[in-house]
Design a protein around this ligand. Sequence first.
Ligand code: GDP
Ligand code: IMO
Ligand code: MG
Length: 428
Amino acid sequence: MKGRVEAVVGAQWGDEGKGRVVDALGGKVDVFARYQGGANAGHTVLVDGQKYVFHLLPSGMLYPCKTCIIGNGVVVDPDQLLNELKELQDQGKDRARLVISGAAHVVMPYHKKIDKAQESLRSKGRKIGTTGRGIGPAYVDKYSRCGIRVEDLLDGEALREKLEYNLDEKNMYLTKIFGAEPLAFSEVYEAAVKWGKALAPYVEDASLVIDEAIREGKGVLFEGAQGTLLDIDHGTYPFVTSSSPVAAGGCVGLGTGPGVVDRVIGVVKAYCTRVGEGPFPTEDTGEAGAALREKGGEYGATTGRPRRCGWLDLVALRYAVRVNGMSSIALTKLDVLTGMGTIPVCTGYEIDGQHEEHFPSGVYRQGRAKPVYERLEGWSEDISRCREFEQLPLKARKYVEHIEEASGIPVNLIGVGPGRDQTILRNF
Ligand code: GDP
Ligand code: IMO
Ligand code: MG
């Protein structure tokens, strides 16, 4: 019998709580697989009061006897990955078997330098607010077919030849365009050889491992990083990341066909946040937005930057349902809305005096979109101990049902706190 395959994707601008949703579902999953992005991600998991933040490792690493995969679509920063692994090993918590695709690309030191230099040269209004993790430049090399892949780190001579070619070009770019210091070949090469030795035990054909698991009837979970509106094609371009967080990216980034995916679970925060620049129609720059930030602890898990906060955007949610083929919602942080008074939810936009019900294409129209709000009644009872839908106050239930009506798909998981057990499962 074919194993069940589920994709967990961010439905907004990232940081929706994907890590905690993956962790909450983990008991039923045998294989956890990251398919895109890199160390720009920060996925928080809270187990027995201890907090873990995963940047490159899949969020299933804490489960014993499972397999965690870093797929070909990911860009791997070896230092970051090895540090994360060591931290877990030191605590005796590296319980899963780790598999890294040889076809995943490597984030090299020059990618991080170029990322930061490019960002500092961008004028106001053009800054993206990247995480500085070298993501964009690493994907540029991948697509211009000069990138260094994990498998190249295992072969000293191939590595030398590829690195010489790359470093000549990158040093020219760094010194002539950005006026930065060049990188010394020997330093980068020696570091890369060390990475190869350290990563070698984990390098396998990830696509084959997933295929075998599915054939053996095992549960597989694709773990998205970032979110739909940061997608390189479907997000608020150019204020996006350089990969495809949407569910279809899971198949490309892991080497499976689209037919294997049984369910696409979109992680939706009960309100909205964004970190970095770009359009955010429901942003609240006033006191209410600040209250959401404080109550929700909305500070980046990777960079520590304060997240921009605002209200749930149902226009953007319907768009996310469409471009991901979402069939289920995991709604997180409902508890943060407790005691907020009436809660605005955006049901449409006004753009240049016209009513718009669909998420517009193009950053100019997105930037001019003014939210049309419906105000829903709030609740003040503590919901953090609720474990059944029926235990929620009526108005909190109505809030959830409103989301189901507007999106056309069910809310099957509700987060009422950051802990592993602080979830309500409904017809899951
Ligand atoms: P990710 O990048 O999508 O995995 O999300 P992050 O980990 O960057 O940010 C989500 C934050 O919200 C983390 O600090 C989580 O511990 C926290 N969180 C997740 N779900 C809930 C929830 O239901 N309630 C509360 N209060 N916090 C939550
Ligand atoms: P998780 O997986 C939120 C944002 C950055 C910036 C833009 C491009 O934790 O949800 P990049 O470094 O990728 O070139 O930056 O994307 N960004 C994220 N925002 N959550 C993330 O990941 C993000 N990863 C990148 O802030 O605006
Ligand atoms: Mg995050």
